[in-house]
Design a protein around this ligand. Structure first.
Ligand SMILES: N[C@@H](CCC(=O)N[C@@H](CS)C(=O)NCC(=O)O)C(=O)O
Length: 218
């Protein structure tokens, strides 16, 4: 089984299924395609039909898109708790993941990870958000506060124990840290800050971050 990834310093989308597969204990090899290069599109096209990473090659099939890979993992590892056990928490967790996947375009664009903004290096210069970005950040924080208050009181993650939602929000946490987003100015009461700290201190994320730093140093 091969997971085709972008560089760990930049590829926020690749981080999501990588965290899920690590959580499942999946045995996979990594194939890294460097992003932001003139031949990136050609290199990705050799592995993935949509021309984007991540993609998973398994059982003779390519599964592309971070959410599709996550859904495959749910089928392949039914004994791993990838979603909250409580039904209502699970329905809301899936809603947050789908919203992350289908919205927040300004957040992804304006807080983009590129050669001058690697996710694994904390910047000293804060980014001043546009109005559209502020709206995305406010929505993100409101969603986190709501999920945490209703379903996440029994642990550090959004729904208490770790779930797919945390895989999908770890890249956001890295973006907020990297660009030194003022959380309080966007409605945080400390909940988002604590949640971000939990996401960015997961051992799997620390491994990813160390690999990203090693890529930059090479
Ligand atoms: N919907 C895709 C989006 C993947 C995506 O946009 N990947 C970026 C890298 S993080 C990419 O492949 N960019 C390469 C390019 O556009 O040339 C997913 O969730 O997997």
């Amino acid at each position: 089984m091969k997971l085709i990834l972008g560089d760990k310093a930049y590829s926020t989308w690749s981080l999501r299924p990588w965290l899920v597969l690590r959580r499942c204990g999946a045995d996979f090899n990594e194939v890294m395609v460097p992003l932001n290069r003139p031949d990136t599109a050609e290199a990705i096209a050799r592995h993935a039909p949509a021309g984007k990473v991540p993609a998973l090659q398994v059982d003779g099939v390519t599964i592309w898109d971070s959410l599709a890979i996550t859904l495959w993992a749910e089928e392949r590892f039914p004994d791993v708790a990838l979603w909250p056990a409580d039904a209502k928490a699970r329905w809301v967790a899936r809603s947050t993941v789908c919203e992350m996947h289908s919205a927040f375009g300004t957040l992804r664009g304006e807080l983009g990870m590129a050669p001058d903004h690697p996710m694994c290096v904390v910047q000293d210069q804060p980014h001043v958000p546009s109005e559209a970005l502020s709206a995305d950040i406010r929505r993100m924080i409101a969603m986190w506060k709501d999920a945490k208050a209703r379903f996440g009181q029994n642990g550090p993650f959004l729904f208490g124990d770790w779930s797919v939602a945390d895989a999908f929000f770890t890249p956001v946490a890295a973006r907020f840290r990297h660009f030194r987003i003022d959380l309080n100015a966007h409605g945080d009461d400390g909940t988002a800050k604590a949640y971000i700290d939990a996401l960015l201190s997961q051992p799997d994320f620390l491994d990813w971050e160390a690999a990203g730093r090693a890529e930059l140093a090479a």
